[in-house]
Ligand binder design. Structure first.
Ligand code: NAD
Length: 510
């Protein structure tokens, strides 16, 4: 596939016009830090960053917004999120363009990210009428027990570069219907995407007559994230990023008895059994391993394949990898765009070298493309490495498209290998044997937060709770009952008896 990469001026102009269409005041961006586009490695936009001192003001404003917003009935809060969803739908192509420009996602996946935002708004609107508590039988006559769920407070959101908009919406749509304002510290690599999202929400909030400062964005580096993490006025810190970041954030929030929701690194595997439909498995694996240029937290990084079908699977994968269209992510037909920056490429090269030193064989990909056209852009061929065992490099997350293929003999062995890494985000099994599938999803099976059958590890829907165990951080966001993390639960005992019987039969009469 021949690709001509667009020039820096063209991309910068597109970014500016697109951000403006979303409502960003592009003349007020300032001349601060210049971001680059992974598409050509050239400058994209200069945006001012705030310093950590801005967190105090933002949290105080959010606290004021909370005092008003928590008294608005939840279905009325849902009406604001409904309008946000409409605006996201109207600007779907614009937001996708900004995502592609800032982080290099192919158009289809960038549009998919925005669709996910629209979907979570729909979900949150329905949820706004379903924030149910339980009633519980009391052991005392004339008494009733119930749970009520109240708004929690200010939610701080810290997000990663690879889902520069969707992670914010997963948190914000749910937080808003739960009655909580949001202060967002987006990835420093994608400020325009963040400002565009914020502008759309500001517009929805103004139309809705919502309190000011329900949602604020603080463009800045990790030090701004740290200030948010340490601020006692932030009731919940929802942080998405590397395990390194989570290791810093978790203990700091815990030290002040705040609540944290951590969505950290993954090292996701597929088990391919002898009965698997290898055509389907190949498609599922290639999408999960090479899609988004290997830069999803749920990217498949390991395949654990039965020895009897290992050669046949590797042959199919090698063939598919050779045909992957790599290039300009905004050009029709491209399936693999660039890595986000040179650091990601250096990490990929180092991991491939380590894999070979540790006994692996590179069977496909691993090279660099388009360096002659754009020396500061990093287009990498997704790499396939066969390796006999799960060596240290296989057990770590390298945020790039490297897929390690390892053999197994018994399913118990395969499950043990799946679980023998520090991360616990996503996993899948390809099999037509129901007993094998059931074992994999059972308590003795995969230890991950996401356990799939006959699909890959990535591409989750918003309806389920999203997150993982161990070094992935244990948080759950998006669907199912993840909303409970954004509210506080009160247990109420109501006495309508006129007597005062004590629980557990305790006598205490004076
Ligand atoms: P990163 O950890 O470098 O940065 C993530 C965010 O954290 C950024 O906004 C950054 O400024 C901020 N940050 C960094 N150090 C901080 C600190 N000490 N205190 C407060 N904030 C801090 O991650 P990245 O390179 O942007 O994203 C890739 C990583 O994110 C991968 O490990 C990937 O698996 C993970 N990720 C996880 C999920 C998930 O849901 N589990 C989703 C997307 C990405």
């Amino acid at each position: 596939m021949v690709t001509t990469l667009p020039g820096a001026d063209e991309l910068a102009a597109t970014a500016r016009e697109t951000a403006k269409r979303c409502g960003v005041d592009v003349d007020a961006l300032g001349g601060g830090v210049t971001t680059t586009s992974p598409i050509n490695g050239g400058p994209l936009s200069a945006v001012d960053r705030v310093d950590p001192g801005a967190v105090d003001t933002a949290v105080e404003r959010a606290r004021q917004a909370f005092l008003a917003w928590r008294t608005v009935p939840a279905p009325a809060r849902g009406a604001l999120v409904k309008r946000l969803g409409e605006l996201l739908a109207a600007h779907k192509a614009d937001l996708a363009t900004l995502i592609s420009l800032e982080v290099g996602k192919i158009t289809s996946e960038a549009l998919g990210e925005v669709q996910e935002m629209i979907d979570i708004c729909d979900y949150a609107v329905g949820l706004s009428r379903q924030l149910y508590g339980r009633t519980i039988s009391s052991e005392r006559p004339g008494h009733r027990l119930m749970e009520t769920w109240h708004p929690l407070g200010v939610v701080g959101v810290i997000s990663a570069f690879n889902f520069p908009a969707a992670v914010w919406s997963w948190n914000t749509a749910i937080a808003l219907v739960c009655g909580d304002p949001v202060v967002w510290k987006p990835s420093e690599l994608a400020p325009l995407t963040a400002l565009a999202c914020a502008a759309l929400l500001d517009r929805a909030a103004a139309e809705h007559g919502a309190p000011a400062y329900l949602s604020q964005v603080l463009v800045g580096g990790p030090e701004v994230g740290e200030a948010l993490v340490d601020h006692p006025g932030v009731a919940l810190v929802s942080a998405t990023g590397s395990t390194r970041m989570g290791r810093a954030v978790g203990p700091r929030v815990a030290a002040r008895f705040g609540r944290s929701l951590l969505e950290l690194g993954g090292n996701n595997a597929a088990v391919v059994c002898p009965s698997a439909n290898l055509g389907l498995a190949t498609r599922g694996i290639v999408f999960s391993a090479a899609g988004t240029a290997g830069q999803r937290c749920t990217t498949m990084r390991r395949v654990i394949v039965h020895a009897d079908v290992a050669d046949a699977l590797v042959e199919r994968l090698t063939d598919a990898y050779a045909r992957l269209p790599i290039g300009n992510p905004m050009a029709p037909g491209t399936l693999v765009g660039p890595l986000v920056n040179g650091r990601a490429h250096a990490a990929m090269r180092a991991a491939l070298e380590a894999a070979v030193e540790q006994g692996g064989t590179l069977v496909a990909g691993g090279g660099r493309r388009l360096a002659d056209q754009a020396p500061d852009a990093y287009y990498a061929e997704p790499a396939l490495v066969r390796i006999g065992e799960q060596t240290p490099i296989v057990a770590q997350e390298t945020f790039a498209p490297i897929l390690y293929v390892m053999p197994y003999d018994t399913l118990e062995q395969a499950i043990a290998l799946n679980n023998a890494v520090p991360q616990g985000l996503s996993s899948s099994i390809f099999t037509r044997d129901q007993a094998e599938a059931e074992l994999f999803v059972s308590a003795e099976g995969s230890d991950c937060g996401i356990v799939n059958v006959n699909i890959g590890t990535s591409g989750a829907e918003i309806g389920g709770a999203f997150g993982g165990e161990k070094e992935t951080g244990g948080g759950r966001e998006s669907g199912s009952d993840a909303w409970r993390g954004y509210m506080r639960r009160a247990t109420n005992t109501i006495n309508y008896s006129g007597e005062l019987p004590l629980a557990q039969g305790v006598e205490f009469t004076v």
